[in-house]
Design a binder for this molecule. Sequence first.
Ligand code: 7TS
Length: 420
Amino acid sequence: MITARDARAPEGAGALWDVERIRKDFPALHQQVHGKPLVYLDNAATSQKPQVVIDAITAYYALENSNVHRGVHLLSEQATQAYEGARARVQRFLNAAESREIVFVRGTTEGINLVAQSYGRASVGAGDEIVISAMEHHSNIVPWQMLCAEKGAVLRVVPIDDAGELRLDEYARLLTERTKLVAVAHISNALGTVNPVKGLIELAHARGVPVLVDGAQAAPHLRVDVRDLDCDFYVFSGHKTLGPTGIGVLYGKAGRLERMPPWQGGGDMIASVTFEKTTYNALPYKFEAGTPHIAGVIGLGVALDYLSGLGLERVAAYEQDLLAYGTEALRAVPGLRIIGTAKEKASVLSFVLDGVHAHDVGTILDHAGVAVRAGHHCAMPIMQRFGVPATVRASLAFYNTREELDALVAALHEVRGIFG
Ligand code: 7TS
C-alpha cells in the first residue's frame, strides 16, 4: 500500500502531453451523469483529485492517524514528519525562502481573513486605505470591508476596462501615502484575466505598500514563484489545486509574519501559558492554533508534487491551447457573448447567451453531462460592471480535452434550439 510519506507524482507524467494517460489518474472523471459521460468544466470551483492524493489521505487515516507536535509515540512522530514534510513541499511549490513562511489555513478565504484580522487590525487606522480591484472574489472584498468598518478606513477599488483588464493608470493613482495594503487576484475567477501582479507589486513597493496576492485561481494553472514576485503575502486553496477541501496556504514573508500578532489563540500557538502572561510560539505555529487538518495537509503536499511532476509550464501551455480552441468554438454559437476578453487569460470561459438565463443554460448543460457553474461566481461587482445578472462559466483543467469542449458547444447549440 502506498503510504502518505512516499506517495509521489506518477513517473514520467511525461515527455508528451498524454491527456488520456493523465485522465486515468482521476477516478471521478470516468463516470456518467444523467446517462452521459461526465464533462467536468467546473474546475475554478474545485478540481478533481488524482488517485495518489486519495491514497495518501486513506493511508494516513488507515495507518498513521495521530496528532502532531505533541506525541512521544511513534505514530505521532510519523504524523508530525508527514505534516512538516508537506510544509516543505509547499515551500518548494511556491519557491518560498523558508518553510516557516508557510502557514496552513482552511483555504484562500481564511488566509485573507487572517491577514485582515492580524496585519490589518494592528496596522490600519482611521483614514487609512486598502486598495483592491473591481474583479475580486467576495473573499478578497468582504474581509477588507469588515476591517475598514471597524477601523474607519477606506476601501479603494481599481476599475477594470471592457475587456476585463485592470486600469493600471487608475491603480497608480490610487496608491497614496494613506495606502496600507494592496490585495489583488492573480487570476480572476469570473473573467480569467491574468493580472500583471509582478508590476503591481513593484509599483506598490516603490511607495512602501505591502501586497497580498489572491492566488486561488493561479496556483493550479501557472508556476508561482513568491520570491520572484516579491509579494508580501500569497494565498491559495488546496481543493482547487488537486488537494482536499478544508486546507489552504498563506505564504508570508518571514519578517512580516514575525511582526504580526497571532490571530486565533489556543493549543500549539503558544510557547508558555500562565494566567498572568502567555508567550507565543515561533513561526509558523504562532498562526496555527489547535489541531490542524493533518490529512488535508498531507494530501495537499502530494497534490502539489503531482502538479509539479506534470510541469506547470506544460500545464499552462496545454491549457492555453484548450482556451484558444474553446474561445473559437464558442464564438460560433449564435447570440453568445464572452465576458472577459483580456489579452492575458487563463482557463476561464465566462459567457452569456442572448435571451436565455445563465441558470437555464447550466441546467440544460448538466443534462447533457456538462458540468459548469452558472451565477455570479462570488464576484457580484463584476456582474454589475458588465451589466449582467449572471454568466455561465466553463473553467478548464489540464485533464480536459478538445472533445469535451466540442460537447460543451454541441450542448449550447441544443440550448439555442430550445430557446430559439
Ligand atoms: N479567491 C478567488 C479568486 C477564488 O476563485 C475563490 C474561490 C476564492 C478566493 C475563495 O476560495 P475558497 O477556497 O476559500 O472558497 N472561487 C470559487 C469559484 O470561482 N467557484 O467556486 C469557488
